[in-house]
Design a protein around this ligand. Structure first.
Ligand code: URA
Length: 278
């Protein structure tokens, strides 16, 4: 039996809890087209009965040690020589409420990125979101505007979210780093360590039902892994002691350069969406 999976979602009202945030069917099809998802697919197993869908949970240490980079086939996910190590200063953020956390991020000088940034990029969205998107670090556009994923990659991210029925404002979007690394270089280990308690506290406050980790830097740091995105995607991991389901997918900037991988990203998005209805 061949069904349009998205149409089915619209009919059974899986997202009734947030009906106002649901994207209508015509728009969703447009976003699917943007994702170049044109093929009709077999219907998912009923979303509440996950028995026919194998879900694998792992418990790696979350965001413990930023990992040295290995060769991978993501593009921003490409090999970079190890940076000289700099002792890390950690910005403490445990137990802060949203306002205090935002203030601490704004004031942060725990690493050198404070000197080169225009502004910090705290994160944006619904503080009670079911879905938390975690990217790598602000780029030039984000540094200017103070909001994550506002450039071309951000537009594609919005379309990816819309394709699974989620508006940008219904999720929360954050990055591993709150400040832009100069020339968009990879985050250095001391920078990740300096920044990690901010993100950990955001996760603690949001308590999302699923984390969608986009790109190598995000996935490797959240999972404490050195594996390539191609190996981490396609299954459900468990983030930290909180055991939050975490799905890895390709970074939208990579998808813009490698559109053939959008098909796999679409599979990952469906997997993430399944976690929302459990
Ligand atoms: N890439 C990211 O990983 N995060 C942003 O905020 C923008 C681009």
């Amino acid at each position: 039996m061949i069904f349009d999976i998205i149409g089915k979602f619209g009919r059974i009202g899986v997202f009734t809890k947030q009906r106002s945030k649901i994207v209508d069917e015509t728009k969703r099809q447009a976003y699917l087209n943007a994702l170049e998802i044109t093929q009709w697919e077999a219907r998912l197993p009923h979303l509440k009965t996950a028995d026919s869908f194998e879900v694998e949970f792992e418990s790696p240490p979350a965001m413990q040690q930023p990992q040295a980079v290995e060769q991978v086939n993501d593009d921003r996910d490409a090999f970079m020589p190890a940076e000289p190590s700099v002792p890390a200063v950690v910005a403490p953020a445990a137990a802060l409420n949203w306002d205090s956390l935002r203030y601490q991020v704004k004031q942060c000088h725990a690493c050198d990125l404070a000197e080169s940034r225009i502004q910090t990029v705290f994160g944006v969205g619904n503080q009670k979101a079911d879905c938390l998107i975690i990217g790598e670090a602000p780029g030039a556009d984000e540094d200017r505007q103070g909001e994550p994923f506002v450039g071309k990659a951000g537009q594609l991210l919005n379309e990816m979210l819309m394709a699974i029925g989620l508006k940008r404002e219904s999720v929360f979007i954050a990055n591993i780093l709150k400040c832009r690394p100069p020339n968009n270089r990879d985050p250095r280990p001391n920078e990740v360590v300096a920044c990690q308690s901010f993100l950990q506290q955001q996760i603690q406050l949001i308590q999302p039902k699923v984390i969608l980790s986009v790109g190598r830097i995000s996935a490797q740091n959240l999972l404490g892994s050195q594996e390539a995105v191609g190996r981490l995607r396609g299954k459900v991991h468990s983030y930290s002691a909180q055991q939050i389901p975490l799905v890895v997918t390709y970074h939208p900037a990579y998808l813009l350069r490698s559109p053939l991988e959008k098909r796999k990203a679409w599979d990952d998005l469906k997997l993430a969406r399944q976690q929302l209805v459990k």
